[in-house]
Design a protein around this ligand. Structure first.
Ligand code: 5GP
Ligand code: ZN
Length: 115
C-alpha cells in the first residue's frame, strides 16, 4: 500500500474537504494556512515533484494551472487582487510532502517577495 499522505487523500483513505475535483486533480485547503487563503492543488498521479515531469504530465499540469488560476482563484475564491502559486521542489526548495503539489496563496498582500 502506498504510504504517501496525498495519495491517501486522492484515494479517499483519509477524509478531506475538497474545494475542487476532476479526473486529474483535487484541490484542498492546507491544514496550516499561511497566509489566510491557502489551498493545495494535488495531481491524482503520484510523482515526487516538477523534476519528474514528462510531456504527458506537463500537459495536465498546464491545464491544472489554468483551472487553479481562473476557476479556483478568481471564480471560487475571488482573489482578484492577486495571488501566488508555488511548488516547493526538493529538500532545499522546502518540500516536505514528496508528491507534487502547488500551493495557492492569497487573501492578503504577500510581502515576502522572493526571486
Ligand atoms: P510542502 O512543504 O511539501 O511544499 O507542502 C506540504 C503542505 O501540506 C504544507 O503546507 C502542509 O501544511 C500541508 N499538509 C501537511 N499535512 C496535511 C494534511 O494532513 N492535510 C492538509 N490539508 N494539508 C496538509
Ligand atoms: Zn502520492
Amino acid at each position: 500500500m502506498c504510504d504517501c499522505l496525498f495519495c491517501k487523500m486522492v484515494k479517499g483513505e483519509i477524509p478531506v474537504n475538497k474545494l475542487y475535483e476532476d479526473e486529474d486533480f483535487i484541490v484542498i485547503k492546507d491544514i496550516n494556512p499561511e497566509p489566510k487563503v491557502h489551498y493545495l492543488m494535488i495531481p491524482k498521479e503520484h510523482y515526487a515533484n516538477l523534476t519528474e515531469l514528462n510531456d504527458e504530465r506537463a500537459v495536465k499540469i498546464g491545464k491544472g494551472l489554468k483551472i487553479l488560476s481562473t476557476t479556483i482563484a478568481l471564480e471560487k475564491l475571488n482573489l482578484k487582487e492577486g495571488f501566488r502559486v508555488v511548488a516547493n521542489t526538493g529538500d532545499w526548495g522546502g518540500q516536505s510532502v514528496h508528491h507534487l503539489h502547488f500551493h495557492l496563496l492569497g487573501g492578503e498582500k504577500l510581502t515576502d517577495k522572493m526571486g
